[in-house]
Design a protein around this ligand. Sequence first.
Ligand SMILES: Cc1cc2nc3c(=O)[nH]c(=O)nc-3n(C[C@H](O)[C@H](O)[C@H](O)COP(=O)(O)OP(=O)(O)OC[C@H]3O[C@@H](n4cnc5c(N)ncnc54)[C@H](O)[C@@H]3O)c2cc1C
Length: 390
Amino acid sequence: MTDALVIGGGLAGAALATHLARAGKSVTLIEREAHAHDKVCGEFISHEATSYLSQLGIDLPAMGAFPIQAVRLYRRGLVGETTLPFAAWSLSRRVLDEAVLGKAAEAGAAVTRGTQVSVLTQFDSPSSAKTSGQDPSHGWQARAGHSMITARDAFLCTGKHDLRGYKRPQGLQNDLVGFKMHFRLDPVQQASLSHCVELMLFPGGYAGLEPIENGSANLCLLIRRRALERIGADWTLLLAWLVEASPPLGERLLHAQPAWPKPLAIAAIPYGYIRRQADGVWRLGDQAAVIPSFAGDGMSIALHSAHRCAGMYLSGASAETYQRVLAADLRAQVWRATALSHLLVRTGGQSLAAAVAAMPALMRLACRKTRIHRHALESSDGNINPSRVL
Ligand SMILES: Cc1cc2nc3c(=O)[nH]c(=O)nc-3n(C[C@H](O)[C@H](O)[C@H](O)COP(=O)(O)OP(=O)(O)OC[C@H]3O[C@@H](n4cnc5c(N)ncnc54)[C@H](O)[C@@H]3O)c2cc1C
């Protein structure tokens, strides 16, 4: 029987597996994708994420990450620009997630790829545990492909994918459809994008554009489902419409070369969802809380949940207590970001956002208030003490 079964090898799962394996726990991690892969994400790495990544041994600049120093918000024409109140980076998820998963394997976690967990059940007194003389009182069994895995504790890190029997509720804003595409921009456009993340508002949604490694740029956008239905659920039609609806975006994409034939897409994202109680399993990352994408802090939350979870698990806390503490860590930040996200996709709200963006101090405040609270970051620090478990 393994100590910890980690389901999902994205940032939350890989970071947790690394922390637990480094602390001497036996860890089995199951990741359904066999190889490095792209994910729908703006690829904006906020300062909390940067600090958690560096604790894991990830050196962003050495991996070619691009520094992001400012945010520009457009509504029709240029509206506002301000320097970020913290250091940020951008790097493709294909590269980042693979590096973090590599740390889990390096730390000694048994990583299985290309297999998905389809069933997860809790048991009491399994016959296999009795015969092997291990603590038989409690555990989990998971079906992964053709294998059955038995574990003392289970950690759900499947991101946007809900496991059967563990479905998340809808959240507070769930009518947005997301798309992501990498582009090679015209050199002039790439240069004027510079070290900025650009947020472009258009009727019914918003797009984020930022430079990533290797001279490319990542376009990630969200649009209300009803607006998309009016345009037609076709990428070529949507792109043509966006270029009209947002002239600054049109200018950036002039002569741009897409990296893939089709974008990645995602629907029914439960923005504003926060897990407040446990159902036995420990939930991390998007399985614990989903912050609206414009905030660019979902990766920080995934890494924070891994840090918080590892610290509390190693200290002997219950899943129930962990889930309550994590919800308290994230509640205010997720609530504020969700309220702003409702505004960002509505005409009146967009006018307000444009007025705020003209005031750099207010824009910086909005950036700060959608980060993980300093006390939550500090109080999760120092909890991971290997001597407690060895
Ligand atoms: C449109 C959009 C833009 C975003 N932009 C940003 C941004 O700019 N900055 C930011 O910080 N955050 C952003 N986010 C949020 C961020 O992408 C997520 O919060 C983060 O990826 C969550 O990490 P995770 O580890 O919980 O899940 P994931 O990264 O999704 O990882 C989950 C993993 O579990 C695996 N898996 C799923 N089901 C199973 C199964 N049954 N068995 C085994 N493996 C399984 C998957 O293959 C995947 O690798 C954005 C999100 C969206 C939707």
